[in-house]
Design a protein around this ligand. Sequence first.
Ligand code: HEC
Length: 265
Amino acid sequence: MTEVPEHLLQRAAEARARLAGEPAPSASGSDAPAAASVPAAVTADPTPAVPEEPKAPEPVAPYVEAGLRRKTVPVWIVPVLAFLPFWAIYYVGYLENPPVTGGFAFEGGEANGAQCAGCHGGAGGGGTGRQLSGGEVIATFPANDEGVAQMVYWVASGTAGAVDGVYGDPARPGGQREAGSFGVMGGFGGGLSAEELAAVVYHERSSFGELDADTVEHELHLLEELVHVVDEAGESFDGASLDDVRLWVDAASTKLAVDGEMAAE
Ligand code: HEC
């Protein structure tokens, strides 16, 4: 006789009970394997489970996409940034350096226009005061330490300060200058600062003296150094004697010579 599998009998019983409106008969011991087979079938199911579903590409936020597409910092920015501090130093130096010499010459030009041109003429041609142009100023005050010292002293003290009634180079063509022979010039030691006075002396000598470029440059350094010497000594050209000024010019000249030797080594 053909054996009817247990689970089919069970199902038939259940179906009968359902039709009769009775509660399903409790599962017999043979129920367990059948129940166990259900989860087994589920796990064996080849249909891909939820996690294996083909993933839709995750939507990228517009701001992330923009970030990815944006150009990154270019490589050449590295040397540019590394060079920046040097450029800054150079730039500051460029700003500061020229006005030192330019300022000195400029200051001299300003003082000349404001204080001297009225009598000596803007171009040094002379008038109430003596002619300075055409090398005249250098004929009186030669291009050496003594000539510079005498001129600084003259501009500071004027006609009244002339020692023994004379001023300037004794070997001047036409003879040494006699104070008051052309009129009277006041002193500027009180009206001008040490720097303004040295600057105006530089201006008259470099503009009207017909000196060569090397001499002009030397006198620029000498007069700038003279200002340092006077400032450091806490002195002023106002009321200074000719010998005081000679000493200061001498100190400035020595300083320049030492600096020059050190630079040459
Ligand atoms: C009020 C007019 C007047 C003014 C301003 C004046 N000077 Fe004179 N300067 C004279 C006179 C006058 C003499 C001649 C003085 C004498 O014979 O004692 C003279 C002489 C000089 C000399 C000598 C020239 C030589 O060959 O003998 C120099 C250098 C000089 N002045 C420079 C200056 C400078 C620099 C200034 C401006 C800071 C200045 N003077 C302002 C009237 C003036």
